[in-house]
Design a protein around this ligand. Structure first.
Ligand SMILES: [Zn+2]
Length: 409
């Protein structure tokens, strides 16, 4: 049986990964890929680094044969932004927490996967694949999108774990079995120009856009797959979450789990102070459920326009599909049990309101996949991001024990 990785093995690896500055854009994932390559080669495991573009790297390694488990993580991080009390790329350890950009999203997860993979490689209980990808933070075109397009066999397996940060440490931990998708729509609202001195002669496009925006909050796409009331409640009422979110946050989270959310993100209109504006553009971001698509959003927008008597055009500029687990329930049950035995509390199965590379496994490759990894979901993309080192060590141990339990025939 493989030995679970220790803190002594994981901490230096995690620190090196954080130091490898893979801010996307531009990405430079090759820096983190080389850290992983050195770590694994030192332990006698070869890797392939695949560069769809210069400095943009995906890393692949495989050991063993038989039933196949895929560990997936992304190597890029979002820009640090403002508000850091320390250097985001020089990891500091304080009170058991490792601080740095990507500590939670998701170099902690990558470190857990790499260390687990190295342990399992010594005497593989089945086939284990390590697939670390580029470009997740900006749509995955050069990462999972590229893999699916050019080398889909690398990502195929019986079950995949995407190591996104799920929950908090020590609890609650989450296993995401589904995730929301994104539709961004640009709505061009038209009016009729007139002189500001007699505005009633015109039709003010900005005022119409505002009316329409209010209406959009009520006209939301129906259908799709969403968590039930009980599941959503168990999530927001989980002890750690309730404390962290507060009442208002818990309510907002509950709504995000149960409803399509609509955010009027940008508005742009008007040219001159002496004119009634005849054009206004509204950019709206929808988070949709698995099974819904851009056409559902467009239908809603057009219906809202009709009801408000608004003329205009709708252009969808971004569509990221939602996804949900199909099949593989026995893997999820085994993972839940392992998480419970390692962390001490049972994880909660949820829908993730953020999208991840899991959608490629679920929708494009037909591989049952979940998101589970160390980290504090609420710290992803935030300043002073950190991860509990014990969380990373525990997650790595979960991967090892889960592989031993499910792969060994
Ligand atoms: Zn991530």
């Amino acid at each position: 049986m493989a030995k679970p990785p220790t803190e002594r093995e994981i901490l230096p690896l995690l620190q090196e990964l954080i130091r490898a500055r893979t801010v996307n854009p531009p990405g430079n994932e090759v820096r983190a890929a080389e850290v992983v390559e050195a770590y694994l080669e030192e332990r006698g495991v070869g890797v392939r680094i695949l560069e769809p573009e210069e400095d943009r790297a995906n890393l692949y390694a495989e050991v063993g044969s038989g039933k196949t488990l895929v560990f997936n993580g992304h190597l890029d991080v979002v820009p640090p932004g403002r508000g850091w009390r320390r250097d985001p790329f020089e990891p500091t350890v304080e009170g058991g927490r490792v601080y740095g950009r990507g500590a939670t999203d998701m170099k902690g997860g990558v470190a857990a996967a790499v260390a687990a993979f190295a342990s399992l490689a010594e005497e593989p209980p089945g086939r284990i694949k390590l697939l670390l990808t580029a470009d997740e933070e900006r749509g995955s075109r050069l990462g999972m999108g590229w893999i699916v397009e050019h080398m889909p066999e690398l990502a195929k397996g019986d079950f995949a774990i995407v190591l996104e940060p799920m929950g908090s440490y020590p609890s609650p931990k989450f296993i995401a079995v589904a995730e929301k998708g994104v539709v961004i729509a640009h709505i061009h609202v038209y009016g009729r120009s007139a002189h500001s001195s007699v505005p009633q002669l015109g039709e003010n496009a900005i005022m119409r856009a505002l009316r329409l925006s209010e209406r959009l909050l009520r006209e939301r796409p129906k259908g799709g797959w969403r968590p039930g009331v009980r599941e959503a409640l168990s999530y927001v009422l989980a002890a750690g979450e309730r404390r962290r979110l507060g009442l208002r946050g818990a309510l907002a989270m509950y709504r995000a789990l149960r409803d399509v959310t609509v955010n009027v993100a940008k508005i742009n209109g008007g040219e001159k102070t002496n004119l009634v504006p005849d054009h206004c553009e509204v950019v709206v971001s929808y988070r949709i459920f698995p099974g819904q698509g851009p056409e559902d959003v467009e239908d809603c927008i057009r219906r809202a326009m009709r009801r408000e008597g608004v003329r205009g055009d709708v252009v969808v500029t971004t569509y990221i599909e939602g996804s949900r687990l199909r099949g593989g329930e026995e893997w999820v049950d085994a993972l839940s049990e392992t998480v419970k035995s390692v962390y001490g509390t049972a994880p909660i199965k949820i829908l993730s309101v953020a999208s991840s590379d899991a959608r490629f496994f679920r929708n494009r490759l037909g591989v049952p996949a979940v998101q589970f990894g160390p980290g504090e979901s609420h710290l992803a993309h935030a300043p002073n991001e950190y991860v509990h080192l014990r969380d990373v060590v525990s997650a790595s141990r979960v991967l090892v024990e889960f592989a031993e339990k499910t792969l060994r025939a």
